[in-house]
Design a protein around this ligand. Sequence first.
Ligand SMILES: Cc1ncc(COP(=O)(O)O)c(C=O)c1O
Length: 340
Amino acid sequence: VRELEERVAERVGVRHVAAVSSCTTGLMLVLRAFAPAGPVVLPSFTFSASGHAVVWAGLRPAFADCSLSTFQLDPADVAGRLGGAGAVMATHVFGAPCPVEELERLARRSGLPLFFDAAHALGATRGGRPIGGFGDAEVFSLSPTKSVVAGEGGLVATNRADIAEAVWLGRDYGNPGDYDSRFAGLNGRMSEMNAALALESLALLPEHLERRTELAERYRKGLAELSGLQVQAVDVGDESTWKDFTVAVDETRFGVSRDVLAAALHADGIDTRRYFWPPVHRQGAYENETRVNLPVTDAVASRVLSLPLFGGLSGDDVDQVVEVVLGVHEHAEEVARAVA
Ligand SMILES: Cc1ncc(COP(=O)(O)O)c(C=O)c1O
């Protein structure tokens, strides 16, 4: 575990890394360490665990809207929701960096801590700087489907010694070693077995990222001319991990809805995911939050579809998926009738 913490700290260029049992646990412990005095502003277009960590830390989520092109938390919308807030927590959606500088400016101006749910983003860079060193802390996931895997696991990366200490303590019941626990912590440790797996996986990261980027580029080229289908935009100069390759389907221009496209791909043996649908504020666990006004999030979440992307996929496989998508667009009316 210690070796993994050191290697990751070196790779992402931060002073401290604390390995934990999952990204969710890491987020819970970071939030608990800060004990923000008010609601946590976060995206609703993210995985449910971002919101759950806030709730488990005894805090209220204050959901903010996202961008139509990048799907990332929208700083302009965040700015309008900072009154009374206690912290800001953004997600690097699908492994592409979110607008960290604008969020850092906003958080600094309001005197609020800023964290990142970096579950998808170990290996991503923003303007040449690795994700992991932005804000007060960033939390990676090592669960299956991520860029580095450990079976299960999470990593808290931070330049702040106080946060790292609180996470090291918090992952071990709050016990510094004398069994006089300083606060009600968790069993949030990473096992040696999981860390050993993660070390092997970390060594493969460069090759893994290169492969995913090649496949994503192939998808991008294949789908470039297609009307009504927009690939997630990544800011110029940024490198995504391409944890997911996600497109937004505009039914009017593409010819069929996201759901019809998913059904047509499924009929051809191609598995897809509707990440992130429903958005967190529309999930049953958040029924008190459904009245929050997030028009862009609602639009994006109803249109997104993640196409297959994994290391074992071949270039030909990508071409085949592209061909089916092009075919669905070309024969939209027939496809819609057949799927209905
Ligand atoms: C954005 C995001 N945050 C948090 C998590 C939770 O990660 P973990 O399963 O390591 O707790 C995930 C898992 O996929 C995720 O996608």
